[in-house]
Each structure stands twice: as structure tokens, then as C-alpha cells.
Design a protein around this ligand. Structure first.
Ligand SMILES: NC(=O)c1ccc[n+]([C@@H]2O[C@H](COP(=O)([O-])OP(=O)(O)OC[C@H]3O[C@@H](n4cnc5c(N)ncnc54)[C@H](O)[C@@H]3O)[C@@H](O)[C@H]2O)c1
Length: 357
């Protein structure tokens, strides 16, 4: 029996609702397979913990997480705590502390989902966006002086290193190479940003020489938004900076039907540390506690986690179950349905149990 230790951090808003759903599906998969076991420990970190203890996670948080094979994360953010405090207090310290430099965001239109684009159905939009996750615009480099005075100044410096850019390019080229179309788009802004982005382009060209079978092109980020809407079929794998990919992947999620279906993996490809898997969405204050959060993004993130843990068959089984349920029309209100989180979760678990494959 293979054993995997999972640290679950449901955190805030709908995080606990979708992580509970995800854990239920993962448990059903483990039972269905009979070949692996998940040992899950749930950590109560997040905004409530912050209100009680003054920190979002304890000082030894990373040291405790390090013992796990993977982290399953909900969402962090509360209406009465500034967003930069919650983000920099929990999610980013984990991503950066564990050098999870590849943020991988698959997007496709699931069966039963009506996407906002006319003439764009399942098969027309099947992308993976690779986001540089350790430096760039979110390196945390900058400061403020003369606070509150008319001469106040704030700087937010994007950091691009040769090591950082090379490793994310190699990851993206390798991923593109592993997909049937072997097609990569390198997103840039090297017309306006003459230093970091020009180096980004140069390194892309250098790395491409090691992947002669990958067809690649370069696209300015503003033009990329138009291409995503007007020619979705022309895109397969995409690599972009921390900020650019953050924005493009929300657009991708919307084009695929809802933020509620969009998953992500924060991956340390060298496997020195646990990688972290989470839905792209946030705490969704407007629907918290209503029982209608879409759990699909969390299921899909769970499938990415299983794949990372070497349980590729279980990952595929989970996605087949999700597609069967979405295809049957049993979907939450964000996808135009009336189902609750629990109804979708129960149906996915039932599909996992019933599958004869
Ligand atoms: N990774 C994270 O932890 C993360 C990511 C984004 C935002 N946040 C935080 O979450 C809070 C709210 O941010 P926001 O409103 O900008 O983004 P959000 O993703 O929480 O919500 C945006 C919209 O999408 C809807 N939505 C999101 N997930 C859904 C789901 N699973 N099912 C159905 N509908 C869903 C919400 O109801 C809302 O209308 C903020 O504090 C923000 O900082 C955290």
C-alpha cells in the first residue's frame, strides 16, 4: 500500500467548504483504488487564527509542513483583514519558502459547461498556463517612504534572475513537449519593459534550442488577451511572468466558464519540498456559508496533486468522474445550475465508486 501524507489548509471563506469536498473525493478514490492511502492532517491556519494569535500560521509552520508529501490549500482572505497581510502571511511564505517556482494552471471547457465565447466548445480551449511563481513582479522588493506626506514615495521592483527565468522556461518547454501539440507561447512585454523582459525573451530563445520539436512563439501580454478571446484554438501551453500569468489565468478561467472550475499547482519540480495544490479562486465572501461553492476547481487541483504524487490513474479517474457529473448538468449556480456543493461532491464520489474502468 502506497502512503501519501497530505497537509490540508482550508483557511478562509469557502476554503473549508471546498477542501472538505475535495478530501471526500480523494478518500473515495483511495478506497476505490485500494492501492494507496492518504494520511491527512488539517491545519487551522488563516484569518481566524490571525485574529487570535497575530500571525496567520505559527513560526514553525513551514518546518511542520516540510514533513508532508503535498499541501492541499483552500483560500485565504477575510473582509476585515487587509489582503496583503493574509496573502503575505500564509500563501506566499509557503510558495516562496518551498521554492514552488512553477505555478501550473490547466484550463479546458468541461462537458456541460456553456462558456461565454460563441463557437468555442469542449476541445477548442485546452490550455496550460505556466506562471513564474518565485520572483518577477511579486518578489516583494520595494518600500515606502514619507508615509502620508505629499512627498510620499512607493516602489515595487520586479526582479528577474537568469536562474529564475531559465528554470521556468525549461519547465514550460518540457511541459509543452509532453503535450500532443508541442506548442508553446512565451508571453512578454519587452517592447515597454526593456530590461527584465528583454532578458526573458533572450532566455526563451536560448532554452528553445534544447527543444527543437516544440513550436514556440512570442506574444506581448496585451495582444495575448485578444488572442485568448478571438483565437483560443491557436493556444496550447503558455509561459508568463508572475503578474502577467496571474491576470491571464483569471481570464482563462472565465473563458472556460467559471473561476469555480480553475485549478492550480504550486510545484517544486525538483521535489526538495512539498508542492501545494489549490483552486485559483479566493475566499468568495459573497457565497461563503451558502453551500453553493463550486468544488470542481478543488477536485481538479486534487487531481493535479495525485498526479504529482505518482497516482496518475486515480487522477484520471477523478477527472472522468468530474466530467461525467458536469456533463449530466448537475452543476452549481456559477455554472448556471442549482446544485449544492454537497450534491456535486456526492455525485462525483458516486461516479468514482461506480466506475468500472
Ligand atoms: N489563493 C488565494 O488564497 C486567493 C486567491 C484570490 C483571492 N483571494 C482572496 O479572496 C478574497 C476575495 O477575493 P475576490 O472576491 O477578488 O475573488 P474570489 O475568487 O474570492 O471571488 C470572485 C468571484 O468568483 C466567485 N467564485 C469564486 N470561487 C467560486 C467557486 N468555487 N464557486 C462559485 N463561485 C466562485 C465569487 O463568488 C465571486 O463572485 C480576497 O480577500 C482575496 O485577497 C485569495
Amino acid at each position: 500500500m502506497r502512503k501519501h501524507a497530505i497537509a490540508a489548509i482550508p483557511a478562509d471563506g469557502i476554503g473549508p467548504e471546498v477542501i472538505a469536498a475535495g478530501l471526500q473525493a480523494l478518500e473515495a478514490l483511495a478506497r476505490r483504488s485500494g492501492e494507496f492511502e492518504l494520511k491527512v492532517e488539517v491545519f487551522p491556519w488563516g484569518s481566524d487564527y490571525y485574529k487570535e494569535h497575530g500571525v496567520l500560521m505559527p513560526e514553525d509552520g513551514l518546518a511542520r509542513l516540510k514533513a508532508f508529501d503535498a499541501i492541499y490549500f483552500g483560500a485565504v482572505g477575510a473582509p476585515d483583514v487587509p489582503d496583503h497581510v493574509t496573502l503575505w502571511g500564509l500563501r506566499l511564505p509557503i510558495c516562496q519558502g518551498f521554492d514552488q517556482y512553477a505555478n501550473v494552471r490547466p484550463t479546458r471547457i468541461l462537458p456541460g459547461v456553456t462558456p461565454p465565447l460563441r463557437d468555442c466548445g469542449p476541445g477548442d480551449l485546452d490550455w496550460v498556463i505556466v506562471r513564474e511563481n518565485s520572483e518577477g513582479e511579486y518578489a516583494g522588493h520595494g518600500g515606502r517612504a514619507h508615509r502620508g506626506l505629499p512627498e510620499e514615495v512607493a516602489t515595487e521592483t520586479a526582479i528577474f534572475t537568469r536562474v529564475g527565468v531559465t528554470r521556468i522556461m525549461r519547465y514550460a518547454f518540457r511541459l509543452a513537449q509532453s503535450r500532443p501539440r508541442k506548442l508553446l507561447t512565451v508571453v512578454t512585454k519587452s517592447n515597454a519593459q526593456r530590461f527584465g523582459m528583454v532578458m526573458w525573451d533572450e532566455i526563451a530563445a536560448e532554452v528553445s534550442k534544447d527543444f527543437p520539436d516544440v513550436t514556440w512563439d512570442k506574444m506581448l501580454v496585451d495582444a495575448m488577451t485578444m488572442r485568448m478571446v478571438l483565437k483560443p484554438q491557436s493556444i496550447d501551453t503558455v509561459v508568463a511572468t508572475n503578474l502577467h500569468a496571474d491576470i491571464l489565468s483569471d481570464l482563462a478561467a472565465a473563458l472556460a466558464g467559471s473561476l469555480g472550475v480553475a485549478p492550480t499547482g504550486n510545484i517544486d519540480p525538483e521535489r526538495r519540498f512539498p508542492s501545494m495544490f489549490e483552486p485559483i479562486h479566493g475566499s468568495a465572501f459573497d457565497i461563503t456559508g451558502k453551500g453553493i461553492a463550486n468544488p470542481i476547481a478543488t477536485f481538479w487541483s486534487g487531481a493535479q496533486m495525485l498526479e504529482h504524487l505518482g497516482e496518475a490513474e486515480a487522477a484520471k479517474r477523478l477527472m472522468r468522474a468530474v466530467e461525467k457529473v458536469s456533463g449530466s448538468g448537475l452543476v452549481t449556480p456559477d455554472l448556471g445550475g442549482t446544485a449544492t456543493t454537497q450534491q456535486v461532491t456526492d455525485a462525483v464520489c458516486e461516479a468514482i465508486r461506480a466506475e468500472n474502468l
